[in-house]
Design a binder for this molecule. Structure first.
Ligand code: KIV
Ligand code: ZN
Length: 533
């Protein structure tokens, strides 16, 4: 009997364009080192995104190197470099991408009257000409070019159509419509996409993309409205990170399109939902930007039912979960473990659980995490997933440790003036300092700063516990800003809160030192800063 003919899928494929490494990286405190970017890029590839915007190669040598390494190492998704509409920026970006096969050059230019007048100081015709010539220049060097008319939602409609038409004519095969300031309402944004499709004569030659910011909390709704009106690429970020209030959250877009049946029948993405949670955790760990507990899909409380009627409902209706759970936590990879980790669990069990949680560590990283696991497990009955993940996050931070905490001694309490002695190590060299302060943490920070002299100011210091109880693992997050107002986040965990504070401060300082010493510093030969996009 002949095999039944396979039913052809009639679903529309929505390309997921992740810009965590570019738009999110621009948000205060979310700066990442090249190694961290590579870790995130590998995980994004596992998650199944179609496109990774890897950075802004012209903005700094660090960004250039990071984009190049991502192009070299990541297989699967298309890798994008963002560029201003300037010949030297386009050439530098093309240079960073050239070594790859699946690459895209993304040029952007503000088109709204406000931006034309106050930022670009150019007339409509000049802006149009800049867009067209930039797309041409990009196309001469890279086969796939995307164009974004920045602040599109505040641009005169007829003019926006002209620019989009010109960019497509010049060779852009993707046109991205950004709601740069997060100002649009869903029905307006959907209409804009529909009208562009109906009006721009050559629109069929390009993919329509949407890029929505969350200033009014509408980024996901606007992106969805775009899709319902013909956009087939969505630009978004993990945990919704991004400039100001952030971008549309990737996890929300992917889960919405998979949860609502009327959407699932029409659309599909390449996202492997099971990888969502671990991607969210990884981005939280490397950026140090916490996820709000009530964040949809990935927040700590997103699946926690606590009000009486819900708890009762969940228990009674286990077989009919849909009554209270519209999304099962397991679908996005939030499974509970069957394994209980204790001080007797060997390396194998720890490695197994880490793999279940989505961590792929090198042998050295694994060994060092295991040693810290043992130290923690010796002091308690059981090590929870959260604690294990905290140890891994510490390990990831140690990857770019410049100054390491070697020893610390604090005297405080009663009528004593709090004082601290710290010993730090850098490349085998030992530095020691003593200081007093208004409290123990202040004394430790002053002593550390005597050694690590990078100028900065403390923006934020928060303490939380990874688990409950007085023997909980404490987690400290510190944010500092340098002379150029760049914010660096550091996190540290320990059962001793003063030690966690020292680790967090040192982690943030190490990032500032890394940049100050040129590791990811801005391009020194050209005096300009990363444009806000
Ligand atoms: O928000 C924005 O307009 C951008 C563009 C560069 C696409 O990020
Ligand atoms: Zn943006």
């Amino acid at each position: 009997m002949p095999a039944p003919a396979k039913r052809k899928t009639t679903k529309k494929r929505i390309a997921i364009f992740d810009t965590t490494l570019r738009d999110a990286e621009q948000c205060p405190g979310a700066a990442m080192t090249t190694e961290e970017k590579l870790k995130v890029a590998h995980q994004l590839a596992r998650l199944g995104v179609d496109v990774i915007e890897a950075g802004f190669p012209y903005s700094s040598p660090g960004d250039f190197d990071a984009v190049q390494r991502i192009v070299k190492e990541i297989k699967g998704p298309t890798i994008v470099g963002l560029s201003l509409c300037r010949p030297d920026a386009i050439d530098t970006t093309a240079q960073a991408l050239k070594i790859g096969k699946r690459v895209r050059l993304h040029v952007f230019l503000s088109t709204s009257p406000q931006h034309r007048e106050f930022i670009l100081r150019k007339r409509k015709e000049e802006v149009l000409e800049m867009a067209v010539s930039s797309v041409r220049r990009a196309r001469d060097q890279i086969a796939e070019v995307e164009f974004s008319p920045m602040d599109a939602t505040r641009t005169e409609f007829d003019y926006l159509c002209q620019v989009v038409e010109g960019a497509i004519e010049a060779g852009a095969s993707i046109v991205n419509i950004p709601d740069t300031l997060g100002y649009a309402l869903p029905h307006e944004f959907g209409d804009l996409i529909r009208r562009l499709r109906e009006t721009v004569p050559n629109i069929d030659k390009a993919t329509i993309s949407v890029h929505c910011h969350d200033d009014l909390g509408l980024a996901t709704a606007n992106s969805l409205a775009g899709v319902l009106n013909g956009a087939t690429q969505v630009e978004c970020t993990i945990n919704g990170l991004g400039e100001r209030a952030g971008n549309a959250a990737l996890e929300e877009i992917a889960v919405i399109l998979d949860t609502r049946q009327e959407l699932k029948r029409k659309f599909e993405t390449g996202i492997n939902l099971k990888e969502i949670y671990r991607t969210s955790r990884l981005v939280r760990d490397v950026t140090g930007v916490p996820v709000q507990p009530n964040k949809a899909i990935v927040g700590e409380n997103a699946f926690a039912h606590s009000s009486g009627v819900h708890v009762d409902g969940v228990i009674k209706l286990l077989q009919r979960r849909a009554s209270f759970e519209i999304v099962r936590p397991q679908r996005i990879g939030r499974d509970r473990s069957e394994i209980v980790l204790t001080s007797r669990s060997g390396r194998k069990a720890v490695r197994h659980r880490l793999a279940e949680l989505g961590y792929e560590l090198s042998t050295t990283e694994l060994e060092s995490t295991y040693q810290r696991f043992l130290a923690l497990a010796d002091q308690r009955k059981e090590v929870t997933d959260d604690e294990l993940e905290s140890l891994v996050a510490d390990e990831l931070r140690l990857a770019h440790e410049i100054y390491a905490l070697d020893y610390m001694h604090v005297v405080s309490g009663g009528t004593t003036i709090p004082s601290a002695t710290v010993r730090l190590r850098r490349n085998g060299e030992v530095f020691q300092a003593v200081a007093s302060g208004v409290g123990s943490v202040d004394a430790v920070y002053t002593a550390i700063h005597k050694v690590v002299k990078v100028p900065h100011s403390l923006v934020d210091y928060t303490v939380s516990s990874v688990t409950g109880g007085t023997d909980a693992l404490g987690e400290v997050t510190v944010r500092i800003s340098d002379k150029s107002d760049i914010v660096y986040t550091g996190r540290g965990t320990s059962m001793d809160i003063i030690e966690a504070s020292a680790k967090a401060y040192l982690a943030a300082l190490n990032k500032a030192v890394f940049r100050a010493e040129g590791g990811a510093g801005r391009r020194k030969s050209r005096k300009k800063s990363k444009p806000k996009a």
